[in-house]
Each structure stands twice: as structure tokens, then as C-alpha cells.
Design a protein around this ligand. Structure first.
Ligand code: GLP
Length: 236
């Protein structure tokens, strides 16, 4: 594991963006696993700038997002599809048909999970996975539990996650209670992983996840077993 502590969110974002652009430059038709939340916004902004300058080209890239709220369609401004389009995809030269986010409004959600799983396999798996870190140690929406969930599945969001995400919705009662999330197999089979976290609030969970025991009660702790993981943390 490589652990970088940097002194600003800007540096964190540039460093993560540097690793992602290196991946895209070395393998233009790579498969990126992408994340939402506030942490990756700076990374996406930096990548947009470099794409504008012609330094990085996303035209052959395929992306799979980690998760989506159940019940929100892509036009809802809190859906992760909407987030990805407005914070990233709309501003780079990626082909939208090569960007995948689970469909939280699918008629048959179990089938949607299975299809998503199959699509990732068909694309050859993920070359580089970007992750944020939930305050309870979740990655994607893999919440603390007695076991690690293998495949793409429907997760019941824990109360603390609902509370943490209420800031985006304005009111806790508006936060969906379930989400479709990629499971641990696709995440752990990614050839390379970058996890980004910023702010004092993430310090304790980061220490538990990366310097404590590997346990499903802190889902991110499984990442300690990944052969190529880079963690970038900024306290500010
Ligand atoms: C959500 C997302 C996660 C993300 C987490 C942390 O719950 N499902 O993928 O990592 O929030 O978000 P933030 O970066 O805003 O702290």
C-alpha cells in the first residue's frame, strides 16, 4: 500500500488526477471505476482542465460507477448519474454510451445488479478504481456488516450514511434508504485502486481501515489485501 498525506485538497485532487491520466495515457481504451461524493469533485475538475488542453483523451475510455440510489432516475439532481454527467462526463470527450451507472429505477433491481456485474466482466474488469471513504468505512455503498458482500447488490443504507448524505438533499427524509452498489469482487479485482479522503473527520476511520484489522465491520479494511492500492489523504 502507498499512503500519501498531502497538505491541501487541491494537491490531493491533482495527485489523484495525475494517476488517472497516466492510466488513460498508457491504456487509452482502459476501464475506469468511478466514484461520487464530495471527495472526487476536485479530481474531476483537474481532469476536465487537462482534457480541455488536449493532455488527456477520454474518447476510448469506458467507465463504471460504483453505485446509484434506488428510486432516483438520471434526471434527478441527486442521482449519481446526474452527478457524473454534470461534474465530469458533460465536460470531457468521453462517449456517453461508454459510461455506466447502475439504474436505480430498473423494474427488476436484482436483474439490474446481475446485468451490471456481467457488463463489468464483459468489459474485462476494471483497470483503475477510484474510491472515496464513507464515515462508517463504507466504499461504494458496501455498508458495515457481518460479511463482505461479493457482487453488485442492493444495499440498505445505514442511518449514519443517510445522515451524512442528507447535506446533499437538504433534508434527511429525502435521502433514499437503498442503493445499488458494486460489490467487493469487482472492486478488489480492479488492477489498481486509488482511495481519496480529506478532512479531519475522515482521519479516525482512515486509520481504522488501513492500520486496523481486516473486518467486514469496516468494509474499506479489505483494501489492505489489494496488491496495488494508493491512499491519498489531506487533513484540510
Ligand atoms: C457516498 C458514496 C461513496 C462515497 C461516500 C463519501 O456514500 N456512495 O462512494 O465515497 O459517500 O462521500 P464524501 O466524499 O462526500 O465524503
Amino acid at each position: 500500500m502507498k499512503f500519501f498525506k498531502v497538505d491541501s485538497y487541491e494537491k490531493l485532487s491533482r495527485q489523484a488526477a495525475n494517476i488517472i491520466s497516466a492510466q488513460v495515457i498508457l491504456k487509452p481504451d482502459c476501464v475506469l471505476g468511478l466514484a461520487t461524493g464530495s471527495s472526487p469533485i476536485g479530481t474531476y475538475k483537474q481532469l476536465i482542465k487537462w482534457c480541455d488542453k488536449g493532455d488527456v483523451d477520454f474518447s476510448e475510455v469506458t467507465t463504471f460507477n460504483l453505485d446509484e440510489y434506488v428510486g432516483l432516475d438520471g434526471s434527478h439532481d441527486q442521482s449519481y448519474r446526474y452527478f457524473m454527467n454534470s461534474n465530469f462526463f458533460d465536460h470531457i470527450n468521453i462517449r456517453k454510451e461508454n459510461t455506466f451507472v447502475p439504474n436505480g429505477c430498473a423494474e427488476d433491481l436484482d436483474e439490474e445488479c446481475q446485468n451490471y456485474e456481467n457488463m463489468i466482466r464483459k468489459a474485462g474488469g476494471i483497470d483503475l478504481q477510484l474510491l472515496g471513504l464513507g464515515l462508517d468505512g463504507h466504499i461504494g455503498f458496501n455498508e458495515p456488516d457481518e460479511y463482505f458482500c461479493r457482487d453488485t447488490h442492493i444495499a440498505d443504507l445505514h442511518e449514519s450514511t443517510i445522515k451524512a448524505n442528507a447535506r446533499f438533499f437538504g433534508d434527511e427524509s429525502l435521502v433514499p434508504t437503498q442503493a445499488i452498489t458494486m460489490g467487493m469482487v469487482s472492486i478488489m479485482q480492479a488492477k489498481k485502486i486509488i482511495l481519496i479522503a480529506n478532512g479531519q473527520g475522515k482521519k479516525e476511520i482512515l486509520e481504522k481501515a488501513f492500520y486496523g484489522p481486516v473486518t467486514p465491520f469496516i468494509p474499506a479494511s479489505i483494501l489492505q489485501l489489494h496488491p496495488d492500492i494508493t491512499v491519498i489523504y489531506s487533513e484540510n
